[in-house]
Design a protein around this ligand. Structure first.
Ligand code: PLP
Length: 407
């Protein structure tokens, strides 16, 4: 199975730990070592000539070698995607281009409880335009007593803001609750009211199938180190719809790596963007940062692409759901409907347990836990994400026992 293509972290007894944290940092594929060593060798042996010489034709076109693989994962044309910069940086760069408040149309809509970095980026962008987030940022919440946000409520909120809505900035899979949103419906609703539609796919890319091109999403950003296993701090992903591929009129915070490739090295003062997402690159392509991703992306195709991976993922997560139901003290926050979740299940654990993450790690289970007083009763939320490429049904079945040991 694909598990054999990955290094699995081991405990003190040398046995593999149950690693359900691929939503936070995906594991290292075995092929990464060779790819990195190839680039290190090229640098060692060629120095600057590594840019245009070497085993794979040099680093100059490095971003192009990732485009097919990334495009397949997010449902895009190759020129619509690029790996560059980092997630939050890309959110800023894309908002500079696509969040253009004007006249009545000044508002942004997003889910409540979004990842803090996204909240910081959006609030600071609003302030940059002289707009107060208290008036211009609309957050859609779950209904009272519910944990998932109803699609109807999202669509109704978009329609209610209507011609005051500049940007729908929605998340693919919610990092905290695990909700997989009805992205096609959200994109369509945003377009109907004339807003720009942008998605943050940090927890969706490599987890669930996406069709960004077909949904006519204007832009999207994601990180490559979660389900895509690109390594700690790997450069981020950018999608810009083909409709905007040739839009030199769009304002952007430009840099030379986004300049038209054919004469980038002519060193002229005038900026002419490269076609497509590549035009949002800013600095020199981070070769060592992208080498792990280059080695890892082919595994997604070999595993049959996102439809096949999703099938396996749904089986693992459905089975995890059943296993967790055996633990009556826990409350599963993520939907029991497979269409409304990705790989991850989020589980409320009552009580003050500041040591829970470490205790579970000692019991051989690597998961994420936030002691954050979820509902005022002092409990916290455990997030478990079996990754379809390397986790197994046996590991899922072992989870209740490990949890019982510690709880
Ligand atoms: C992981 C994650 C981030 C992290 O952003 P970086 O810029 O890569 O540090 C931001 N937003 C969301 C929604 C995430 O899940």
């Amino acid at each position: 199975m694909f598990r054999d293509h990955f290094h699995l972290p081991t405990g003190p007894d040398g046995k593999p730990l149950i690693y359900f944290c691929g939503n936070s940092l995906g594991l290292q594929a075995r092929a990464v070592d060779d790819q990195l060593h190839q680039e290190l060798g090229s640098w060692r042996e060629r120095g600057v000539e590594g840019w245009w010489g070497g085993p794979d034709g040099g680093w100059l076109g490095y971003h192009r070698r990732l485009q097919d693989g990334l495009a397949a994962i997010v449902g895009a044309q190759p020129e619509e995607v690029v790996a560059a910069n980092a997630l939050t940086v890309n959110l800023h760069l894309l908002m500079i281009s696509f969040f253009r408040p004007a006249g009545r149309r000044t508002k942004i809509i997003m889910e409540s409880g979004a990842f803090p970095s996204d909240q910081h980026a959006i609030a600071s962008q609003l302030k940059f335009h002289g707009l107060d987030p208290a008036d211009h940022l609309i957050e859609v919440k779950p209904r009272v007593g519910e944990t998932m946000i109803a699609t109807d409520d999202i669509v109704a909120a978009i329609e209610a803001v209507g011609d005051e809505l500049a940007l729908v900035l929605w998340t693919g899979v919610q990092y905290y609750t695990g909700q997989f949103f009805a992205l096609a419906s959200i994109a369509a609703a945003g377009r109907r009211v004339g807003a720009v539609v942008g998605f943050d796919l940090a927890h969706a890319a490599g987890n669930v199938p996406l069709s960004l091109h077909e949904w006519r999403v204007d832009f999207a950003v994601w990180c490559n180190y979660k389900y895509l296993n690109g390594g700690p701090g790997a450069p981020g992903g950018i999608f810009v719809h083909q409709d905007h591929a040739d839009r030199p009129d769009l304002p952007r915070f430009a840099g030379w790596w986004g300049h038209r490739e054919s004469d980038r090295f002519a060193m002229k003062a005038e900026f002419i963007p490269e076609r497509g997402a590549a035009g949002w690159q800013v600095s020199t392509v981070p070769v060592l940062g992208l080498a792990p991703l280059l080695a890892t992306l082919p595994l997604f195709a070999e595993a049959g692409g996102m439809t096949a991976i999703r099938q396996r993922s749904m089986e693992l997560t459905a089975s995890l759901y059943e296993e967790l139901q055996q633990l009556p003290d826990l409350r599963i926050l993520t939907s029991d409907d497979p269409a409304q979740r990705g790989a991850q299940l989020s589980v409320y654990v009552p009580g003050h347990r500041p040591e829970l993450e470490r205790q579970l790690s000692e019991a051989g289970l690597i998961v994420d836990y936030r002691q954050d007083n979820y509902d005022g009763s002092g409990g916290g939320v455990l997030r478990l994400a079996p990754a379809p490429l390397y986790n197994t049904p046996e590991e899922v079945r072992a989870v209740p026992e490990r949890l019982r040991q510690v709880l």
